[in-house]
Design a protein around this ligand. Sequence first.
Ligand code: ATP
Ligand code: MG
Length: 356
Amino acid sequence: METKRMLTGDRPTGRLHLGHYVGSIANRVLLQHQYECYFIIADLHMLTTRPGKEEIESIAENSREMVLDYLACGIDPQKAVIYLQSAVHETYELNLIFEMLVSVPRLQRLPSLKDMARAADLSEMPFGLLGYPVLQSADILAPRAHIVPVGKDNEAHVELTREIARRFNHLYEDVFPVPDVRIGSVPTLVGTDGSAKMSKSLGNTILLSDDVKTVNKKVAGMYTDPNRIRADVPGRTEGNPVFLYHHAFNSNKAEVAELEERYRSGTVGDVEVKDRLASALNAFLDPIRERRAEFEAQSGFADEVIYNGTLRMREVAGETLSAAKKAMGLTGAWNRISRKAEQARKKREKDAGASA
Ligand code: ATP
Ligand code: MG
């Protein structure tokens, strides 16, 4: 049986954070031996909210940083096809084909797009941002992926991809699998400031590459139960970011249970709870930091990974695009026209030869 494929990725907006890890990267590492892996560096998606020249200039550097984060987390560069979206032109073509299979109101109903427009301070929705989930469908279906490990905010986009795949297969021929979404262990990790999502644009992240001092400082400044003015006041652990992070990253479950108990009964201070979280986070991040340093020391390694992955992806996406156009009969039209044109040219040359 053919190995099934997985596709997911990130926008090259900078280094990756803990939210990316629990939302998607952990599942990638877990599933990478079961599936053929395709990881997209989604720079075209970045353009939907940040189309400025400066941002475009930063794509190469940000992509490198991101790939170093992948490798640091344990993604196997021998196995994964890690590629730059904008360099795979088949993506643009598939996107256009899929745009015909979705209605505008269907896209307008997606809450994620409004969130993105708001986060990027856009007063009006760019056409390309409305089409973001269609482009994402092209990304997922270009390698004909079966599974898509993403955070909760992307779930609705995978649902749309399923609809597009079904619609295409129904209208033309069975070309695409209907992909399944795989949401991470923490569907949406809250930010250090307590806002709903850890996000680069909100400046509430802990990066996978932050050093010990930075982690300690960020944890010390974390939002916690605001009603707790003293250590002997019983506190709330539910929805408290400090405890959410303890649950997500502290491998010592007994310690977490004990801290929760003492927090609720008002027998532990915020400082101690945070100190223990910082230690747990640093223990979690240490091996990631070490591996990152090893890959960083190999100059050009990340670039080679992206370069080779992009060349490979062009082949894979080319196969898919050909299959899609063939199923639609689009190649047929061009073939008929070129055949006829060739015949006409030959006949004209023959006639010219005969009359000479
Ligand atoms: P940021 O706002 O920090 O730039 P993003 O959501 O724009 O993050 P993407 O590149 O769009 O980053 O997302 C990459 C993957 O990481 C997606 O699968 C997304 O769902 C996931 N992800 C990002 N932030 C979080 C989070 N706070 N919790 C869980 N998953 C997340
Ligand atoms: Mg996002």
